[in-house]
Design a binder for this molecule. Sequence first.
Ligand code: HEM
Length: 499
Amino acid sequence: REQGLPPGPPTLPLLGNLHVFPQTKAYIKFTEWVRPYGDIYSLKIGSGTAVVISSSKRAKECFEQNGATTSDRPSLHVVEIVYKGLEMPLARYGPHWRNMRRAAHDLLNKEACLSHLPIQHAEASQLMYDLLQDPQNLYGHIRRYSASVTLSVVFGIHCPTYDNPTMVEFFECQRKWENILGPGGHPPVDVFPFLKYIPERWAAWKGLCREVRSRQRKYYFSLLRNCHERIKSDKRNNSFMEYLLENQKKYDFDEESCCYFGLSMMEGGADTTAMFLQFFVLCMLANPDVKKKAQQEIDKVIGQNRSPELEDLNDLPYVRAIINEVHRYRPGAPTSIPHAALADTMVGGYLIPKGSIIFMNLWGIGRDAELFEDPERFWPDRFMQSEYGTKHGADTTGCRETPFSFGGGRRICPGLNLANNSVAINVMNILWAFNIELPKDPRTGLPIPLDEDDTTDGILLTPKPFTCEITPRSAGKADIIKLQFDAARPVFDRFEQAR
Ligand code: HEM
């Protein structure tokens, strides 16, 4: 370990810390290492350096105050093969990323998101209806909701069912790509570049990369063709992609970059919101007292005769506390998407050398025992006691209103307004409308506990499919759900139905 670097575990010659670098669920080890090495430490990966940031104060210093030099992404060989620099979340810092960011801002800023609300409300009414009709498939209904909102807003296409071919192909492409990116999906070509030159017959990952690239292109170019056809036949439905195709010059885009911009929005937005809502349900199942308290609050403010509106959230402090606590307790990307240093940068008195990978350890930031009482416990009340959920007398200089689970600095999630609206509408709806209970053993009638930690491994923390017992809280509420789904049809009619 070179002089001036943050401290870290002892290294071996040539390997550095490769032998101890966690292969799975890295956020757990990254958080354990905070105790011996502090809120900024370094890991040597061969001759390269990775730095892990694990407190809000240090994150502010690193990603906001030093954002000019900490907003790159690491150069990853497989990403280069599959995306050639055109996909936003993994793109290197530079002019094309900046253009994508401008387009994302125009699509997703707070005001633009007001115009997406009718879609979110209509899709949320379908989610309620689906949960009423087919409660066993909660997991899939939530995923459909989240992907269909993004698909409608970006490409003007509504997906009515989870097993629709458009939805199935999207999730299949995602799954294959995440398998390549995830632990063991490809050899460490970025640490040992000679591995890139191994012929394909001994390197299956090369074929997989080609397959993913070609499937994704086929998929997204066909969505783009739909938008072109609507424009040509004057049947626009105001999707962002129609606007983008007609204003390519404004963002210095061509057809190819429009296509990958749409892909970026789907990759960033489709599964992340779903994961949040699935974790929310899991947290309610594991904490019935919290659920009860939230339902009491909702019943008092909203009553029985209407379903919640977005503005109701202002009058529901405990529901807001639950949302903040889910963000803290289950950040969707527990080590965020890794950043990289564009230049030598000083943080906390240590050197982060140019080219280092920088992990924003969101899991660890939410578990900072200096800030949070009993951080391993799901306890929304902490956010009722103080603005940031911190304990009395804690140093909150690094805390902020936007949950850390959206990352930070210049790469902070551009979809957070859309996500916040989806989260608020659906969390309130589910609590208002449904009893959510653990599934019961048909033989004994006893509840079967769910394993909250049963998640997939990769950049995203996704709960594995689960079921629960979900029933309407009253016949009146079931009627309101049906009426609202009927009333939403004109919104769906505006959009092309996925084929
Ligand atoms: C609860 C839901 C969501 C969570 C927890 C989440 C979380 C994140 C995180 C942690 C990052 C990385 C930030 C960083 O590098 O510091 C990110 C980036 C990104 N997110 Fe989200 N996200 C959510 C929803 C969305 C939605 C709805 C969209 C779009 C429709 C979206 C689009 C993106 C994009 C395009 C990036 C890449 C930004 C860049 O590299 O400049 N996300 N998100």
